[in-house]
Design a protein around this ligand. Structure first.
Ligand code: PBG
Length: 340
């Protein structure tokens, strides 16, 4: 973290001989004074998996992003490992026929994410795998927890989420990513993992996850935009709140989170900065589907330079204190970084 900035008294009197532009004049000098840089080690790649074999389906609202059958996901994981990407995050497109009120497919040890995890672990042992804990890709109502009438119930949901985390750990997940925003889930998952000899499985908590409009394309990708009844404002955070993120983080950390995350990314850089400053934890940002889609859409219209906007946005996360970024740009930016 940077040292606190103390404005110089009387700065106007002495600025005569200061020229900040001197350091910016040449490329070598700009590189030399650069405070932050992006590396492949900072990137986490979210991948969508779907039933079938040899299947790749384009997600309409996310240019270049495909839903992959397990065999194809193994191929992409291999590519990611070769590029040096440390971690991939798996998300399922669950067949609509397998979605129900209770999200029971989440507890099927042979479900898509568990099968993909096993296959990738067998073929590509040197890449980390994270799996989301939340019920929304599995429920007929599209919510992350269980419903009782109109309500998303907390403790009953946590009990199911714990079981979901356990089958993911059994499938070989290295990191469990609770993205459900139920209270107390991190502690409950940690306790269950530890009792079942999964003490080494890490937890990256979706700590400050906001009820955001920027998740739209993701919900297309996992097929929950059609299913979602209402919205997620009774469990995801209010975009107007900042202090509350500190309270969420304090609890997740006390409950045993190894890493914390802020989501979405760019509209919440202040939250990222505050959490990193306050807790000095490994802190991640999720550049979500809507942010990815916006950059692509503007670039496709010729309104911005897409590659430059991509690199600028990712560098901004580093500047704001991120230790890493979940981004759909991960393979593209890794290739650019590798070729210099
Ligand atoms: C599921 C989940 C969501 C995202 C990641 N995990 C969607 C949601 O909460 O509705 C969004 C990711 C993205 O938009 O890229 N709980």
């Amino acid at each position: 973290m940077t040292a606190p900035f103390k404005p110089t008294p009387d700065i106007d009197r002495i600025t005569g001989n200061t020229r900040l532009r001197r350091n910016r004049r040449t490329d070598w000098s700009r590189r030399m004074v650069r405070e932050n840089s992006l590396s492949v080690d900072d990137l986490i790649w979210p991948l969508f998996v779907v039933d079938g074999h040899g299947k790749r389906e384009q997600v309409a609202s996310m240019p270049g992003v495909e839903r992959l059958s397990v065999d194809q996901a193994v191929g992409e994981a291999e590519r990611a490992a070769k590029l040096g990407i440390p971690l991939i995050a798996l998300f399922p497109y669950t067949d609509p026929g397998k979605r129900d009120e209770a999200g029971s497919e989440a507890l099927n040890p042979e479900n898509l994410v568990c099968s993909a995890c096993r296959a990738i672990k067998a073929h590509v042992p040197d890449i980390g795998i994270m799996i989301d804990v939340a019920l929304d890709p599995y429920t007929s109502h599209g919510h992350d927890g269980l419903m009782d009438g109109e309500r998303i119930v907390n403790d009953e949901s946590v009990a199911v989420l714990v079981q979901q985390a356990m089958i993911q750990a059994e499938a070989g997940a290295d990191i469990i990513g609770p993205s459900d925003m139920m209270d107390g889930r991190v502690g409950a998952i940690r306790e269950a993992l530890d009792h079942a000899a999964y003490a080494d499985v890490q937890i990256m908590a979706y700590t400050a996850k906001y009820a955001s409009a920027f998740y739209g394309p993701f919900r297309d990708a996992v097929g929950s935009s059609g299913t979602l009844i209402g919205d997620k404002r009774t469990y995801q955070m209010d975009p107007a709140n900042g202090d509350e993120a500190l309270r969420e983080a304090e609890r997740d950390i006390a409950e045993g989170a190894d890493m914390i995350m802020v989501k979405p990314g760019m509209p919440y850089l202040d939250i990222l900065w505050r959490l990193k400053e306050a807790f000095a934890m490994p802190t991640f940002a999720y550049q979500v589907s809507g942010e990815f889609a916006m950059i692509h859409a503007a670039a496709q219209n010729g309104w911005i330079d897409g590659d430059k906007a991509m690199l600028e946005s990712l560098t901004a996360f580093k500047r704001a204190g991120a230790d890493g970024i979940l981004t759909y740009f991960a393979p593209k930016v890794s290739e650019m970084l590798a070729s210099g």
